[in-house]
Design a protein around this ligand. Sequence first.
Ligand code: NAP
Length: 661
Amino acid sequence: MNYFITGATGFIGSQLLQRLAKRPGEIYILTYDKISEDRLEALLEKHHLPKNKFHCIKGSITEPNLGISAEDTKNLTGKIDQFFHLAAIYDLTASEEDMMRANIEGTEHTLRFAERINAGCFHYFSSIAVAGQYRGWFREDMLNEATGLEHAYFSTKHNAEKLVQETATIPWRAYRPGIVIGDSKTGEADRVDGPYYFFKIIQKLRRALPEWAPLLGLEGGRLNLVPVDYVADAIDHISHKPELDNQCFHIVDPDPYRSGEVINLFAEAGHAPRMAMRLDMRVFRMIPSHFWSQLGQVPALKRFIDAISKEMDMPQDALGYFNYPTQFDCSNTLNALSDSNICCPRLADYADKIWDFWERNLDPELHVEKTLQGCVNDKVVVITGASSGIGYTTALKLAKTKARLVLIARDLDRLQQTRNEIERLGGHASIYQCDLSQDEPSQAVIKQIKHDHGKVDILINNAGRSIRRSVEKATDRLHDYERTMQINYFGSLRMILGNLPEMIEAGEGHIINISSIAVLTNQPLFSAYAASKSALDTFTRTASTELGGQGIDFTTINMPLVETRMISDHYREAEGGIPLLTPEEAADLIIKAIIEKPKRIATKLGLLGAFIHGVYPKLGELLMATGYNPEHGKHDGDNAEPKQPSADVVAINSIMREIHM
Ligand code: NAP
């Protein structure tokens, strides 16, 4: 038995090839250029397939007669028993024109060629997309009943299969796989589609929250996922069975999960929190569809959807996957497979393989410019408060890059020591002595830096001070509140406002503000400090809304407690108190901010704190009041010896330690 295959090096094609290679007969493969020949060569080598069995036939589905030479056409005539047509575009982001050319014209050219060489059977690789947005059960003998075919992805696959069914003059079989995902044994896949679009969200949740945090989510329609190895096994088997011509086969999961369940399975595989409660999106079905389409045209909503899909690396059309309205009957396929042991594996049994392969090989982040060097090369990076603690450590981390470091603080001796250390590591830094809580010297230093270095590219507002005192003990100390505001809020604001005009003019600039976890957790005893950092966070959120479109990025880091001079008087981890980051770990968060430019970096503890205060404020207060008992440790200005923490303080703090990062 001889075979002809289009699209042999694709995702499903390469799996089918491995199965056909085990059968007797020759295999002819359509290759359109040197690249596709090389890809085939690599595939044969990777899977140790016998090269003498495979023959390249030069041509392309975009040309009549596939552009195959007269000689090849003559040689192939009457020789091909099974003609597999897989070449197509299944990409939601492809243009309508490209999809038309590949899916409809390509299928027509291929079918006519198969007829011309009098192939035994034309095996057409269709898709469940032929059903469009059909509501309810779609059977294998249905096609014209499809509805909601507006998107080219649906309509081109639909019309291509229709063309095969209605015009083929040789026997045909059509296979409609569900949403094809990676191999159930290895997770291997070569593209991101279907559920993979949700992986980024799952990954972000994992980074933000502890695995056990229960989430509120959505439940949608059934998401019919099939692993590529099942698709290849099933089609290989069915295509070789007699008396099944001129029929369709749904190569789908007979018992698919709902989209919310699918996300939960992948969240479990990725050790991310799961949606404990899910609101069924079918409740929105009573709303007429024209309402949704009009709503989708509202500019503000469009911008919002744009932003979400950009943030998640997800084409907007992929959001439609969530509430897929169609279910697929596959009785014909199950009958055809009943004499084999081929069956669709349960997603719950292989979701971990799919996740693992994606995270190691397909995560778009892997391809982004990740090196710090690339991000700061020749850039003017200003770090305020670089004479000690987090600022000092960050400056040293940047010493080995080619950043043009500009360091500001009040203590000139320590600044000089920082510069010496940077030079010892091979870097270079300019230092400026300035009290940023004072307006006049701040304006002077901003001017001087512009004169010496030109525009600032990255501004790290790190200089700050903290005051630990209960409100009760501060009733006669308004100056506590004024002092923290002067440096934490106004000091940062001076630097931002002073450098913004040049950033706006250049259309780029990154401002990183070192805020505090105290803003998210309402930490007792830090009312002056947290309020000043909150002011900066709020300014940043507003400014970011105004300036985001002008190339200015803002990142707020809600830094957890770090073992530096600032807090040395307040806490000691060894005392059984709350867990602390090292300055190196804190500086790594700033490096992450420089590379990834996220809106916010916060630890799981901080986000959980914000969540609890938002949803259960009373519980938040109780936890904080217990974990940060004012009697524990010494107060600012107190001479009392630190007291041993009580059992409940130790218990709560040990829970926090687990979710500290
Ligand atoms: P640190 O070791 O005390 O460093 C503070 C830095 O700010 C020093 O370089 C200090 O230098 C500078 N600074 C203070 N007042 C200044 C002023 N008026 N003008 C110019 N520079 C001034 O503290 P850190 O822990 O590294 O804190 C760095 C930042 O992280 C602060 O914004 C802090 O609020 C924030 N943060 C810290 C923690 C923590 O647990 N450590 C937690 C959350 C957030 P000079 O004394 O030489 O001026």
